[in-house]
Each structure stands twice: as C-alpha cells, then as structure tokens.
Design a protein around this ligand. Structure first.
Ligand SMILES: [Zn+2]
Length: 91
C-alpha cells in the first residue's frame, strides 16, 4: 500500500459530522485535516490548536493527612493525634 503523502499524526478524528451529525466520515484529499461526510457531502476540517490557560486555577489538593484533619475539624473534633488517629475522646 502506498500513500500519496505521509500520514498526518496531528489529524484528529471526528466522531460525528458537525453539520448533520452523520457518522459516515472519510478522510478527504482537500487538505491534511479535511473530512468528508458521506451523508451530507460536506467537507470540513478538524484541528487542535492548543489549550488555553484556565482563567482560575483550582486550588491544590490537600495531602491525605491534611484532608483528614480538615474533615475532622469540620466535624468538631479538633484534638486528633496524627500518629494514631485517636480523637482523645472516650466513647
Ligand atoms: Zn454531514
């Protein structure tokens, strides 16, 4: 099998046609990124241009011991021994 040109590793594969929702999609020779819909016969491109930085980054997650301390603190248990997990209360 021979290719007219080398395969494009940056080509993204659409699942559905953006115009009619059809799934009969085939690579098209129009450009390196072109797809042809076999249902509506439109030729379109799918390109990934990169990713923007988020406007607001989520806070870093707490470590497991810190998350445990925060959870216990919300439950009103502040005297927790980290080494044993003992709440200091006798039940
Ligand atoms: Zn279509």
């Amino acid at each position: 099998m021979s290719f007219r040109r080398a395969p494009n590793p940056n080509r993204n594969h659409p699942t559905f046609c953006p115009y009619c929702g059809g799934e009969d999609l085939w690579p098209n020779e129009e450009t390196d990124f072109a797809w042809k819909c076999g249902e509506c016969l439109r030729v379109f491109e799918v390109k990934f241009h990169g990713q923007d930085d988020p406007g607001r980054a989520p806070a870093a997650a707490l470590s497991t011991p810190d998350a445990l301390q925060a959870s216990l603190s919300r439950a009103g248990r502040t005297a927790v021994l980290r080494a044993t997990g003992d709440t200091g209360k006798n039940e």
